[in-house]
Design a protein around this ligand. Structure first.
Ligand SMILES: Cc1ncc(COP(=O)(O)O)c(C=O)c1O
Length: 435
C-alpha cells in the first residue's frame, strides 16, 4: 500500500502528511498504526453522526443485500422514501428532490433550476465573498474563496457581495446601528441587474470561511429575492442536520427565512456514503411538471446512498441528536468564553450549537489578524499538529479554528477535547494578559 499513488486533494503532494484511518466508533477514529484520534471537526464537518454509526451501517448493508443499483431513470424505493422524508422535515409540501452525489453538483444544479425557472439563461447569481460552494467549475465560480480562484470563472454573470462579517465589518459599521448594510448589498446587486436576476446563493450559517451572519440577515435576503424575482438558494451542505441545532439552519427564521431551493450533502448521510440533494419548493417543482428537466447523473439517488440517508435520518431522530446539538452548544460556549478570557490571541468566538469559530489575532485591541487571510500562521499549524500528537484532531483554516464535533460526542470526550485545546493555546499562542 502506498499513499504516494493517490493524488491528494487540497495539498502540495510532496507535503502530504496525514494519518491513514482504518476504522472508527462514535467520535473516535482508529489509525493504521493503532492510535486513536478524537475527531473535533467531524472530519470535513460532515461526520455529524460520528464514525461507523451502527444504524447507518446496517441500513447500507440491508440495501446492499436487496438492490445495489437501479438506473436513475427508473424508480427506487429508498430514493422516493428519502425524498418524502426530506420534504416533510423541510415543510416543502408538494415539492420535489433532485439527488446528486455531493454538495458542489447540488449547487450547480440549483443554479440551473433557478435559471430555467426564471426564464433567464444568464440571469445574475449573487453570492458572497468568503463563501464556499464546492470545487466543480460552476461551484468554484459561486465560491468567494481563494481556493476557487485558481482558474478563471466558468459561469457567466455571477457577482460577489461583501459578507456579513460583524467582527470585521466591510463597511466599518457597528451593531446594532449598522442597518444591516450587508443585506442591503444583496438587494443593491439584484436591483442593479434590472430584472435579469436568477438566484441568491448563500450559506445560512458559518461555513469554512467562518462568517456567522446576524439574525436579521437571512430574512432580508428572502425579502430582497421576492422583491426582485430571484430564487433564494440556501447552501446547507455544512449547516444542516443538527450542526446549528436545527434540521436546516434556515428554520431558525421560520417562514421569514424559507428558501426556494436548499442544497444538501455531508450530514445527509453523516458522510457514510456520497449523496447530495436539492430540495425544490412546490412552485419551482410545478414549473417542471410539464417541461423537460435537462439534467441528470447516472448515480442520482443511488439506492445504497439513499439507504444511508434514511439510516442517518433515523439515527438523528433516535439519538435525539438535533436536540443534543443545543446542549453541546451551551457547554462549548461556556468553555470557549472562559478560554477567551485567558488567551489574548483569541479575538472572537462566534457560532452556535455544534459549530463554533474561534478567530485569532496578533493584537486584540487593533484586531490585527494572526495571519493575512487565508494564510494559516505557523503557531496555529503547530497547535493542530500537537493536537493530533495528543490524539485530538482540530481543523484550522486561515486564522480560524473550526470546532464542529460529531453530535454523538460524549460529555467526557467534549471536555477532554476542550481541555486539550486550552492547554495547546497556552503552549502555541502564548500572549500577554488579555486586554
Ligand atoms: C457550504 C458548502 N457547500 C458546498 C460544499 C461542497 O460540497 P462537496 O465537497 O460535497 O462537493 C461544501 C464543502 O465543504 C460546503 O461547505
Amino acid at each position: 500500500m502506498s499513499e504516494s499513488s493517490v493524488l491528494h486533494t487540497w495539498c502540495v503532494q510532496a507535503d502530504w502528511n496525514a494519518p491513514t484511518i482504518v476504522g472508527g466508533r462514535g467520535a473516535t477514529l482508529f489509525t493504521a498504526g493503532g492510535r486513536e484520534i478524537l475527531d473535533f471537526s467531524s472530519l470535513s464537518e460532515c461526520s455529524n453522526l460520528g464514525h461507523q454509526h451502527p444504524g447507518v451501517v446496517a441500513a447500507i448493508r440491508a440495501q446492499a443485500e436487496a438492490l445495489c443499483f437501479v438506473t436513475s431513470a427508473w424508480g427506487a424505493q429508498p430514493r422516493s422514501e428519502l425524498a418524502d422524508e426530506l420534504l416533510a422535515l423541510a415543510g416543502f409540501d408538494g415539492g420535489r428532490v433532485l439527488f446528486t452525489l455531493g454538495g458542489a453538483d447540488a449547487n450547480e444544479n440549483a443554479v440551473k433550476l433557478a435559471r430555467w425557472y426564471t426564464g433567464r439563461p444568464e440571469g445574475l447569481v449573487v453570492a458572497r465573498d468568503r463563501s464556499y460552494h464546492g470545487a466543480t467549475f460552476a461551484a468554484m465560480a459561486l465560491s468567494g474563496d481563494a481556493r476557487a480562484r485558481t482558474l478563471p470563472s466558468a459561469l457567466p454573470n455571477v457577482t460577489h457581495v461583501p459578507p456579513p462579517y460583524c467582527y470585521r465589518c466591510p463597511w466599518s459599521r457597528a451593531r446594532p446601528e449598522c442597518g444591516i448594510r450587508c443585506a442591503g448589498a444583496v438587494a443593491d446587486a439584484l436591483a442593479a441587474a434590472e430584472g435579469n436576476v436568477a438566484a441568491v446563493v448563500m450559506e445560512p450559517h458559518a461555513g469554512t470561511n467562518g462568517i456567522v451572519a446576524p439574525a436579521e440577515y437571512w430574512p432580508r435576503l428572502r425579502e430582497a429575492c421576492a422583491a426582485h424575482g430571484a430564487l433564494l438558494v440556501a447552501d446547507e451542505v455544512m449547516s444542516a442536520f443538527g450542526r446549528v441545532g436545527h434540521w436546516f439552519a434556515w428554520q431558525r427564521y421560520l417562514d421569514a427565512g424559507r428558501p426556494d431551493l436548499v442544497t444538501l450533502a455531508k450530514g445527509l448521510t453523516g458522510a457514510h456514503a456520497p449523496l447530495g440533494a436539492v430540495l425544490v419548493a412546490k412552485h419551482v417543482a410545478q414549473f417542471f411538471e410539464r417541461r423537460m428537466l435537462g439534467t441528470g447523473l447516472t448515480y442520482s439517488g443511488h439506492p445504497l446512498c439513499c439507504a444511508a440517508g434514511l439510516g442517518a435520518l433515523e439515527a438523528y431522530r433516535e439519538g435525539r441528536l438535533i436536540e443534543r446539538a443545543g446542549a453541546l452548544g451551551a457547554a462549548m460556549r461556556a468553555r470557549l468564553d472562559a478560554m477567551a478570557g485567558r488567551h489574548a490571541a483569541i479575538g472572537d468566538v462566534r457560532g452556535d450549537a455544534a459549530f463554533w469559530i474561534v478567530e485569532f489575532v496578533r493584537d486584540r485591541t487593533t484586531r490585527e489578524p494572526l495571519s493575512p487571510w487565508p494564510d494559516t500562521a505557523p503557531e496555529l499549524r503547530r497547535l493542530v499538529a500537537r493536537g493530533l500528537d495528543r490524539g485530538v484532531s482540530f481543523a484550522a483554516r486561515g486564522n480560524l479554528l473550526i470546532l464542529a464535533p460529531p453530535l454523538v460526542i460524549t460529555d467526557a470526550e467534549l471536555e477532554r477535547a476542550l481541555d486539550t485545546l486550552d492547554a495547546l493555546l497556552a503552549e502555541c499562542l502564548p500572549a500577554a494578559v488579555p486586554t
